[in-house]
Design a protein around this ligand. Structure first.
Ligand code: ZN
Length: 455
């Protein structure tokens, strides 16, 4: 079959913050900092710089004769983003206008001072760094710094300018450069600047750590920018040839889950707080793996799979929510080993050849965090359901459902009720009960993200 794509239902281009995660990763990368410094004489040349941009995002690529450190600052009046790299020189480049009506209007690349090349982007609208990665030379391609920008709010941009001015970009620098921190010189020393005897430059693992630190730490300090809506992916269980459970009336689980999913989508979209996407919005068959992959590829902030299964004991009834069993590492590891390269999971956070130990720790952190968040979301949804919906005893449960396996997406599975129980079937087929449940789930999701923002 063709490769499925998510069915989005609101502005999908809105930037999404993975602030907390980014913070964790920045911390880990700092732990792994250590290694060779760059002497001034080894500084690479900037070979070229280019920018492609749309109204929602922009990518800046700076070709380099070798990997190096970088720093990024936001500047005001006019709104600019400056990307500094430690470099020996730049080619003579005229200021360039950027084609199209995108985030970036124009840019220049010049030597700001000896050892520091600055690519300054003049913005059409406030933007922020989504990710920034230094890539090793590969094939015929030179080393390069890739910086992705996404739109942000005026308020968020101003906050960044202020933070940068305050010297809050905590970069670790080699040369014991001292002097006041200033946005115009992001390489200026901070209190953390190590001595020149022990240059804790952005080392091997931290060429990639640098981006996390410089581009996402400010995000972690700020609340979600206005206009950055979390992405909720709703997965109606079963579909197509897979009916799921069936009621005596002939109605199938796949139809019930779809009806709930469509209504939940509408409610979440109406709230204006979320981007919402469905894994299917009609009677389509998707494998479990495809569902998980869709959530992961789109970097969902929450994945909600809806089911109404059967149980041998017909007296078991009520709604419940499952998150992944925290002890189920054996299965997860197998899955990861099967289909995925662990490094893929952290792509964009560490460079491809990062040490396995670094990758493993990042994956573990992501997994742990995703599970904690899933558990929190499940708890919030159950709390919202409690007053109006019949729940199982101990409604928040853990199990090894395959569909909950994404290590980097908080994932939960809602059993709306049991199609093996007559009272539950009556509920599941009742429109007013559906209204009530969908309302409660939507409220719980909203409560969860409100909490996350507050963190
Ligand atoms: Zn099911």
């Amino acid at each position: 079959m063709g490769s499925p794509s998510l069915l989005f239902n609101s502005a999908v281009s809105a930037p999404r913050s993975r602030a907390v995660l980014a913070l964790f990763i920045a911390l880990v990368c700092m732990l792994f900092a250590g290694g060779q410094g760059y002497a001034q004489s080894e500084l690479p040349q900037v070979l070229a710089a280019r920018v492609s941009t749309t109204p929602e995002r922009a990518r800046v690529v700076i070709d380099l004769s070798g990997t190096t450190e970088f720093a990024i600052v936001s500047l005001d009046e006019p709104e600019r983003i400056a990307i500094d790299v430690k470099a020996a020189g730049v080619p003579t480049l005229a200021p360039q206008a950027v084609a199209g009506s995108g985030i970036v209007a124009s840019f220049t690349t010049t030597m700001a001072e000896e050892g520091r090349a600055r690519t300054e982007l003049t913005l059409n609208q406030p933007a922020t760094v989504q990710q920034a990665v230094v890539l090793d030379p590969v094939g015929g391609q030179p080393a390069r710094l890739v910086v992705d920008l996404i739109v942000t709010s005026d308020l968020d941009f101003k906050a960044r300018v202020a933070a940068d001015l305050a010297g809050s970009l905590r970069l670790r620098l080699p040369d014991g450069m001292s002097g006041a921190s200033s946005a115009e010189d992001p390489f200026a020393g901070t209190e953390d600047t190590p001595s020149s005897e022990e240059p804790s430059v952005l080392p091997e693992a931290s060429t990639s750590a640098a981006p996390s630190e410089s581009s996402t730490a400010p995000v972690a300090q700020a609340p979600l920018a206005a206009g950055s809506r979390p992405l909720v992916v709703i997965d109606p269980g079963h579909g197509g040839i897979d009916n799921g459970a069936s009621a005596p009336s002939g109605i199938h689980e796949k139809d019930i889950t779809l009806a709930f999913a469509l209504q939940l989508r509408d409610l979440l979209v109406q709230s204006g707080q979320f981007d919402v996407a469905l894994t299917r919005d009609d009677d389509t068959y998707l494998t479990l793996n495809e569902r998980v992959t869709l959530a992961r590829q789109n970097r969902a902030d929450l994945f909600v799979s809806l089911h109404a299964d059967t149980f041998q004991a017909a007296d078991i009834r009520g709604a419940s929510i499952y998150t992944r069993d925290d002890q189920a590492t054996d299965i997860l590891d197998k899955v990861l080993a099967d289909g995925e390269n662990r490094a893929d999971i952290v792509a964009g956070y560490v460079k491809p050849d990062a040490k396995p130990a670094v990758v493993n720790i990042l994956v573990d952190l992501m997994r742990r965090q995703a599970r904690q968040q899933a558990f929190q979301a499940a708890t919030d949804i159950v709390k919202a359901m409690q007053p109006s919906v019949a729940l199982r005893r101990f409604p928040v449960r853990q199990a090894d459902f395959f569909v909950l396996q994404a290590p980097d997406v908080p994932s939960l599975l809602i059993e709306l009720g049991f199609m093996s129980n007559a009272a539950d079937i009556a509920n599941l087929e009742d429109n007013s009960w559906r209204d009530k449940v969908v309302e409660a789930i939507s409220q719980g999701v909203s409560d969860y993200f409100t909490q996350m923002r507050g963190k």
